[in-house]
Design a protein around this ligand. Structure first.
Ligand code: NCD
Ligand code: ZN
Length: 345
């Protein structure tokens, strides 16, 4: 039995840092485990220009604890009125690594998102030409579509058309939650990939709704039924370079999640690698972990892999019920549980 695992240092290809005190409190958790992270732009106001992204990157870098060599990779929040010249300039200057498509009102801070995907076709055309990666929150928002069907419906209504119209555009289908998404990504060309979160590998929708409503297991897209979770586990551990790590770590204060209208998002950063490795271990696929965590993401984004390494060891690893952060508390993913792997550094 493998008792320690040393792999190239991983990157997190999807996460939320927020801003201000919360950002300063959560950046160290990610910088401890990862070398780089794709930072989501859904702040208030959203990060829509090169100048805003440059400033936000500076604020994040100022929060990285000494001794960690961490680089945030910035994304541009697409709107109905995105300035495509500014986006291309920001990408050319190395400020933007990707642009993010949020359908308007699909999730936290997405009110300024895109109201009709076809409105941004000129932007997608330019992104395809310039090789700028498109990160997609793939859920429709139509009120007549059941929340559990919103991802599958997005594929049919929008994603197929985007890929048909822009066949060379690099697309990351973010935080996929369904068998439909797994099959779609597998059947698409090498320019289409997906990130998978730890929570969608661990829980199905019962974890949200059985035995009382469980707000700390609520995120978007919502966890689906067990068949989908099993398809995600198979995809993540398959060794296919189309599936790679993206935690979607999304901190919200405990009181904001435990409320009559609880926020969507799970704070996975403190135990990200331990959580993922537990899944790979359970699936008998530890040898596939380095590809998923450290190799396939950089290959897709056209970036070098990291030179240094991290080690995890098989050891009881209790996760605190809550963390005191930014003058309040946040419940971490796996809070109150004991994991079987520990991050050594
Ligand atoms: C994210 C957040 O809180 O910003 N929430 C979530 O449930 N995943 C937004 C997102 O990625 O959908
Ligand atoms: Zn997210």
């Amino acid at each position: 039995m493998t008792d320690t695992l040393t792999i190239r240092r991983p990157d997190d290809w999807h996460l939320h840092f927020r801003d201000g005190d919360v950002m300063r409190a959560v950046v160290p958790y990610t910088a401890r485990q990862f070398a780089r992270a794709i930072v989501m732009p859904n702040l208030t106001p959203p990060i829509t220009t090169t100048e805003m992204a440059r400033d936000y990157r500076e604020r994040i870098l100022a929060a990285v604890p000494e001794g960690h060599d961490f680089m945030p990779l910035m994304t541009c929040y697409l709107t109905d009125t995105t300035n495509v010249d500014d986006l291309a300039r920001g990408a050319g200057e190395g400020v933007f690594t990707a642009a993010k498509l949020y359908p308007a009102n699909a999730t936290t801070n997405s009110a300024s998102g895109v109201s009709d995907v076809e409105l941004i076709y000129p932007v997608l055309e330019r992104m395809e030409a310039e090789g700028i990666v498109l990160c997609v929150h793939g859920e429709v928002t139509d009120h007549d579509i059941d929340v559990f069907d919103r991802e599958a419906e997005f594929i049919e209504r929008h994603l197929r058309a985007i890929i048909a119209n822009f066949p060379k555009l690099k697309v990351v289908f973010e935080h996929i939650t369904t068998l439909d998404a797994v099959e779609f990504v597998k059947a698409s060309g090498p320019n289409v990939a997906a990130t998978i979160t730890p929570q969608h590998l661990h829980i199905n929708r019962n974890a949200m709704l059985v035995g009382g409503i469980q707000p700390h297991n609520y995120c978007l897209p919502v966890a689906k039924r067990e068949t989908h979770r099993l398809a995600l586990r198979a995809a993540a551990t398959s060794g296919s370079p189309k599936f790679f790590l993206g935690t979607d770590s999304a901190p919200h204060f405990r009181h904001d999640k435990e409320s009559a209208c609880g926020c969507a998002g799970i704070f996975g950063a403190p135990v990200a690698l331990e959580s993922y490795l537990t899944v790979f271990d359970e699936e008998g696929a530890i040898e596939q972990f380095e590809g998923f965590a450290s190799l396939y993401g950089p290959a897709f984004y056209g970036l070098p892999v990291n030179e240094d390494s991290v080690t995890l060891e098989r050891a009881e690893s209790p996760v605190p019920d809550e963390l005191a952060l930014a003058g309040s508390t946040i419940v971490p993913w796996h809070g109150g549980q004991t994991l079987g792997w520990r991050f050594r550094g």
